[in-house]
Design a protein around this ligand. Structure first.
Ligand SMILES: C[S@@+](CC[C@H](N)C(=O)[O-])C[C@H]1O[C@@H](n2cnc3c(N)ncnc32)[C@H](O)[C@@H]1O
Length: 179
């Protein structure tokens, strides 16, 4: 994210499902945004993050599907890690729609998911040798088209170890006339 300039001129951040704040902590070590909004359905963690990372973190009421407290075109970075690997496809697309809405022109959207391109038979076989059954696999090209249709450019993608295989990260940037 840093290499792709996601932290430059980054004053307003929104994270979905920060959990224990693993990534939030890494980012607040890099930058000090004016506002770091979080939507986390685990209220105990959300409260703890708001208290621990005062005054940056602002906990929003999380209904599990929208970014209801965040205005249109208001965030320089909207991100989620290890969330869309297990939300239902429709729940994920509800969030994608909201992420595109709140992202400011020139801002970034970053998230990971299990890609159909990576979920090969050997990968499925490997997962079946463990007990977890949570993975939700999404069509990577369709996601890229979804964002491109909404005026985002795919600027980078990479894989990271997740669970018993890898999740795919996509970094999108919203088109803007001046950035
Ligand atoms: C696997 S954890 C990942 C936590 C953190 N992002 C990380 O990578 O360490 C998924 C997180 O998403 C939260 N979550 C699950 N469903 C959600 C939803 N519909 N809206 C917002 N957060 C959600 C969970 O409470 C949990 O904190």
């Amino acid at each position: 994210m840093k290499k792709n300039s996601c932290f430059e001129q980054c004053n307003r951040v929104c994270e979905i499902g920060p959990g224990t704040g693993r990534y939030l902590d890494l980012i607040l070590n890099q930058i000090k945004p004016e506002k770091y909004g979080i939507y986390e359905i685990a209220e105990d963690w959300a409260l703890w993050l708001e208290k621990t990372y005062k005054p940056y973190v602002l906990r929003h009421p999380a209904d599990g599907r929208s970014l209801q407290n965040t205005p249109n075109d208001s965030c320089d970075l909207v991100h989620a890690h290890g969330v869309f690997v297990y939300l239902s496809m429709l729940n994920t697309f509800e969030y994608f729609s909201e992420m595109t809405r709140v992202c400011a022109p020139g801002g970034f959207i970053v998230f990971d998911f299990f890609s159909n391109k990576d979920f090969t038979l050997p990968v499925i076989t490997k997962w079946l040798s463990f007990k977890e059954r949570y993975p939700v696999v999404l069509d990577e090209d369709f996601i890229a088209k979804y964002f491109e249709y909404r005026q985002f450019q795919l600027i980078h993608s990479f894989s990271a170890i997740y669970g018993h295989s890898e999740s795919r990260y996509l970094i999108f940037r919203k088109n803007s006339s001046d950035k």
